[in-house]
Design a protein around this ligand. Sequence first.
Ligand code: C2E
Ligand code: MG
Ligand code: MG
Length: 395
Amino acid sequence: MAVTVYLLDDEEALVELHSEVVKMSGLIARAFTRASQFFEQITHFESGSILMLDLQMPEMDGIEVMRRLATMHNPPELILISGHDIGVLNSAEKLCRAHGLKVLASLSKPLSLDYLSQLLKQHRPDDSTQKQPRPTLDENEFDAEGFRRAISQNEMLLYYQPQIDIATGEMSGLEALARWQHPEYGLINLETVIPHAEKLGVMGELTEWVIDTAVKQEQQWQQEGYQACVSVNISASDITSLSLPEKIATLLEDNRLDPTRFKLEVTESALMGELVTSLDILTRLRLKGIGLSIDDFGTGYSSLSQLHKVPFTELKIDRSFVSNMTEDAEALAIVKTCIMLGHELKMRVVAEGVEKKVHFSLLQQMGCDIAQGYFIAKPMPAESVSHWVNSRQQL
Ligand code: C2E
Ligand code: MG
Ligand code: MG
């Protein structure tokens, strides 16, 4: 099935030019210069469709368009376009994610037509080297029972992404990242599923499975001679369960694992709830020796005093800053400041989203402790880790 690319930009000449690139890349182009006309004519989207969206339009701007798309069934994936500075694109991209929309790319005007064509060709259906667009996950199809079944029937998997000590080049840890091997939809990253699992009240069961699986895996690695720490992500609803520290401590003890080799990652926004309860839980986790990491740092809302109150041992700089720091001076300034802040507060600083050698070199110069990202390794199944360790070249 051919992929449709919708183009929405008030500059007529640009829409025409970009439509030509879409067609030459082997996809179907449907161009619009007014958002109202777009929404009048297009009331549903086929799976895998794409919208190239200009953020500045007179009558309904790109942000409003996003908001409307978020309420529609099966919205297209977005290519955001703006003539403004990169900061505007970054904010718009975050807003899209907050709405549950997927962003394929954010591009500054004038667009590089070559780059656009390369990007679009990856979505050409007859290109057998690329994945076919999958039916999008319709969250209304899931219920609590479906989730429980997925866990009990081993449809949930943990992938692990290595982390490197920047000074020594050694593997210092592995982050466990959950995937759902869905019988119909294929391998799904959990990011889109988690808010729904929280709403259904099954997140705790998923987290329990993740922690249990990661602890057992860590014990196996320890027996094989790997000393790396394992980190697990927990969500907002997990830090409302007062028995969490005891449960984890018992599990670690039963598996004879040193709690200082186990870490929990909490996002800034997860701390937005009842602070007294989360502080109680997080402090007791630390008292038991378990490491605490503040994840996606810089994207949430935590205040500095909150950061100071919670006994975090590690600060993870969000990947959006790290992967953009060579093109975006503001992102570079944020990365630098986070490293300084983390060190001043006696935390280890991890950079996520290290995609290129130049990112790694810059982080090394800035004194960052740990690197994680595609330049080092993509998340992989547990069985692949030993092969990766043995075959990898020192950075
Ligand atoms: P996170 O904890 O910040 O995890 C890092 C995410 O960045 C992972 O996405 C990883 O695949 C991706 N990543 C790693 N290196 C790079 C890179 O160089 N470039 C780019 N662009 N991305 C990179 P993933 O696995 O899709 O997970 C997304 C988020 O979903 C995680 O963000 C985490 O917040 C959440 N998540 C994943 N597994 C779990 C889980 O078991 N429990 C909970 N509560 N959340 C989870
Ligand atoms: Mg994480
Ligand atoms: Mg992160």
